[in-house]
Ligand binder design. Structure first.
Ligand SMILES: NC(=O)c1ccc[n+]([C@@H]2O[C@H](COP(=O)([O-])OP(=O)(O)OC[C@H]3O[C@@H](n4cnc5c(N)ncnc54)[C@H](OP(=O)(O)O)[C@@H]3O)[C@@H](O)[C@H]2O)c1
Length: 466
């Protein structure tokens, strides 16, 4: 009883009543057991109140007017858990957030798209109105990565942050790797299991991962990137045979990674499928799980050495990257942080490196070893022709890989080419490159892509190197 009395009551306005908003309501209406806090929802915005599961119990809490939430006189903290469909909607959501700050509320969001696109304006508004912003749920769902980066690693010198940040892509690629399913079948299964939206575009195109990487790069390296400025590739062109080449020729698998690493005074950042060695921890991350590596460098003074030695440290965060429950946990962790009075009072996203120290590497200048898979008409001289085109652009070929394919595989490939060609006439093969820039590879592939022997656009992506 005494404990009940000591609990601080905190009133919350909630924008959104979808997967995340619904899970937040479940927690607050039936599960909360915090000894020190009593969270109370005072208003919920949704366009369809009567369809929501808590509507019949609390009809008066629901509104179709978002301003009744962000300007609610009793709400101290606003949660924004809205999902966007287009740029105009993202801009509207940004306006709600700024209205909340203007009305004197702290804000917690799970909406990475609005922060990636309008982060600067949002952070400026938070500073202008003296309000707090938290966004743990925006990256890695339930994994506490933002707090770890900004608080626990405050003394680290970051050198890289990378990993699997989109559970939908990872589920699809894991299924293709495990059982040789086609991309289409794996996507359909992901949709049936609820891992992929009916419209999966933002996941499979890499734009969801890009928004998360933008936030990770801001928090880790103080580099602010606008959406569309990173080198980004999705997963929809990956074919089951790519996993065969990866496994049989290089003991690798394919993972869709978001990568940001410092190279001298600049930051190299990209989202792409990557050929990952089976010996790398990320290759074992299956299904919708997320896994994020953080690499830091520390000088260590050792009395036995004349010079301090620099050491790289690897930390890895693994957990449920999505789902209403996991995401709600991250959102409510932020809410409780604010409710307990913790203040950051920063004028932008908290970051380990001061903004402006690192510049963004031009996407064209990203240097990597690459995997390129071709599907061509089988005739003499093609491999030589391709190698010559690459050689003329100073790109060294590392290896040429060829596997024998079953008639069935070749027949399916021939059908996918949309040309009248027999399976015996079709030749898939892979070349791997020694380090080259994205620009060099693009230029060479532009020439090769125009040749009459090319049956499918070549697929290319980096080979992982630490
Ligand atoms: N689901 C996850 O696992 C997860 C994980 C991490 C982060 N997130 C992020 O959290 C946010 C919410 O995700 P969710 O999974 O809960 O999405 P969701 O189930 O699709 O729900 C989206 C919510 O946004 C509202 N909404 C959509 N378009 C709107 C518009 N034009 N105007 C006003 N409201 C609109 C919907 O309103 P109605 O109620 O009227 O339909 C719904 O309440 C997203 O930004 C998402 O990226 C999700």
């Amino acid at each position: 009883m005494a404990q009940e009395k000591n609990r601080k009551r905190v009133k919350i306005g909630l924008l959104g009543s979808g997967t995340v908003g619904g899970a937040i309501q479940d927690f607050i209406f039936k599960d909360q057991k915090r000894p020190d806090l009593d969270l109370e929802i005072v208003k919920i915005f949704t366009r369809h109140p009567e369809q929501k599961r808590w509507y019949s119990t609390y009809p008066k809490l629901f509104t179709t007017n978002p301003l009744e939430v962000v300007e609610h006189p009793e709400a101290e903290i606003i949660i924004e858990a809205l999902g966007f469909q287009n740029d105009q909607q993202i801009s509207e959501f940004k306006d709600y957030i700024i209205r909340a700050f203007k009305s004197g509320k702290g804000l917690v969001t799970s909406d990475k798209a609005v922060l990636a696109r309008h982060g600067r304006e949002i952070w400026d508004a938070a500073a202008r109105y003296g309000q707090e912003l938290r966004f743990e749920a925006c990256v890695g769902g339930g994994i506490p990565i933002i707090r770890s980066l900004t608080e626990s690693f405050a003394a680290e010198e970051p050198t890289a942050i990378y990993g699997i940040v989109n559970g939908t892509c990872n589920y699809i690629l894991s299924e293709m790797a495990k059982s040789g399913k086609s991309y289409r079948v794996a996507l359909r299964e992901a949709q049936e299991c609820g891992y992929a939206e009916t419209n999966p575009e933002s996941d499979i195109s890499g734009s969801d991962a890009e928004a998360k990487l933008i936030l990770l790069a801001a928090v880790t390296f103080g580099v602010h990137v606008q959406p569309g400025k990173l080198w980004r590739q999705g997963i929809n062109k990956i074919h089951a045979m790519d996993f065969l080449y990866a496994a049989k020729k290089a003991s690798c698998t394919i993972k869709h990674l978001a990568v940001a690493r410092s190279v001298g005074a600049s930051l190299q950042a990209f989202v792409s499928p990557v050929l990952v060695p089976r010996s790398h921890f990320l290759s074992s991350i299956d299904g919708a799980t997320n896994a994020i590596f953080f690499k830091g460098r520390r000088s260590e003074d050792d009395a036995s050495r004349e010079q301090p030695e620099s050491r790289d440290w690897n930390y890895v965060f693994v957990g449920p990257g999505a789902g209403g429950g996991a995401t709600a946990v991250a959102v409510l962790g932020d809410v409780m942080d604010l409710a307990r009075g913790r203040r950051q009072r920063v004028t932008g996203p908290p970051s380990l490196v001061a903004p402006g120290v690192l510049g963004l590497h031009s996407p064209d200048e990203i240097l990597a070893s690459f995997y390129i898979r071709f599907v061509v008409t089988d005739r003499a001289g093609i491999v030589g022709d391709i190698c010559q085109t690459f050689g003329e652009r100073d790109i060294n070929i590392s290896e040429v890989w060829q596997l024998s394919h079953s008639d069935e595989e070749l027949r399916r490939l021939a059908a996918g080419c949309g040309k009248d060609i027999g399976s015996r006439k079709i030749l898939p093969f892979v070349i791997t490159l020694e380090p080259a820039t994205v620009k060099q590879v693009k230029q060479a592939l532009e020439i090769v892509g125009q040749q009459d022997y090319i049956l499918l656009p070549p697929i290319w992506f980096p080979i992982w190197t630490d």
